[in-house]
Ligand binder design. Structure first.
Ligand code: NAD
Length: 281
């Protein structure tokens, strides 16, 4: 079984990006800039943002975090986004989710100009992705896609199953794999016989949020299994895949932690650099 080492792959990707930033700096005399807006003091969001900032600095991006208290008015945030949209030194804007209840998530997402939407959540980017056009792709599925391609460069004709249909994971992941000519099935909480669906698949991407949902007897021999889930349990952080048993049947599997997570952040840096490059053309 191949253990897909997300930490190692992310470090390799960051190194490639660092070299790319050096080249861009030599060519344009400026570097891509990432601005993250963080609202409130939720511990996980603080950690995510700190990691994003650290990684951005590591590859040589200009990075900035704008912090607001939990009770900030929606109008203040939207005005700041408008200002960042116009700021030429900002290549990518990310508003860390989740947001406080009084702030309309959709409004925030739609205020970010699509060309700086490094999360790929703007409906314009969602539409471009599903039409097969160039777009920012949400960071987590992009990271999963890059890992799958490392294991199997030719995905044409493979059967792929998404367990979970969120806008963040399942749906964009399905689009990426469709583009690679996979035959894609998207499943969700109302799917009848999920086990039977999974057993058909050459590639399983689990993004559900249920600890160890995907069992060994759901997995076809030699399938590639990508575990997006992050679940806090009594035995620590586990994924949506029963790692020990599935590792005995799968051809390749991501660990949790150390699989999808590190690649997600590296892909955010990639998206920022890609936004910068598109803005120079
Ligand atoms: P979500 O809650 O938005 O969506 C979950 C999906 O799972 C829904 O489509 C739902 O229909 C489906 N579902 C629920 N119960 C099901 C069942 N019994 N069978 C099949 N499908 C079922 O979740 P999300 O934002 O996509 O996140 C999923 C998991 O991935 C969470 O554990 C989250 O913490 C993790 N996550 C990890 C990363 C990372 O970087 N590693 C990034 C984002 C999310």
């Amino acid at each position: 079984m191949i253990l897909i080492d997300g930490k190692k792959l992310a470090a390799e990707l960051r190194e490639e990006l660092r070299l790319e930033v050096e080249e861009l700096k030599a060519k344009y005399n400026k570097v891509p800039g990432l601005t993250v807006i963080l609202i409130g003091d939720m511990a996980p969001s603080q950690i995510y943002v700190r990691n994003k900032e650290k990684s951005a600095n590591e590859v040589g991006l200009k990075s900035e975090v704008i912090k607001y208290p939990e009770e900030v008015e929606e109008k203040t945030v939207l005005e700041k986004i408008e200002e960042l949209n116009k700021n030429e030194s900002v290549s990518g804007i990310l508003v860390q989710l989740p947001l406080p209840k009084h702030i309309d998530k959709q409004k925030v997402i739609e205020t970010i100009i699509p060309s700086k939407d490094v999360d790929g959540f703007h409906p314009m980017n969602v539409g471009n992705l599903s039409s097969g056009y160039e777009s920012s792709v949400p960071c987590t599925p992009l990271g999963c896609y890059l890992m799958i391609k490392k294991i199997e460069p030719n995905l044409s004709g493979k059967k792929a199953i998404m367990v979970g249909r969120s806008n963040l994971n399942g749906k964009p992941m399905a689009q990426l794999l469709l583009k690679e000519n996979c035959t894609v099935t998207i499943t969700h909480s109302k799917t009848k016989d999920l086990k039977a669906e999974c057993l058909e698949a050459d590639i399983i991407v689990a993004a559900v949020g249920i600890p160890e949902l995907v069992k060994a007897d759901w997995v076809k021999k030699d399938a590639i299994v990508i575990d997006v889930g992050i679940n806090k349990t009594e035995k620590g952080i586990v994924g949506d895949v029963a790692f020990d048993e599935v590792s005995k049947v799968a051809k390749a599997l991501t660990p949790v932690p150390g699989g999808v997570g590190p690649m997600t952040i590296a892909c955010l840096l990639k998206n920022t650099i890609d936004c910068f490059k598109r803005s120079q053309n």
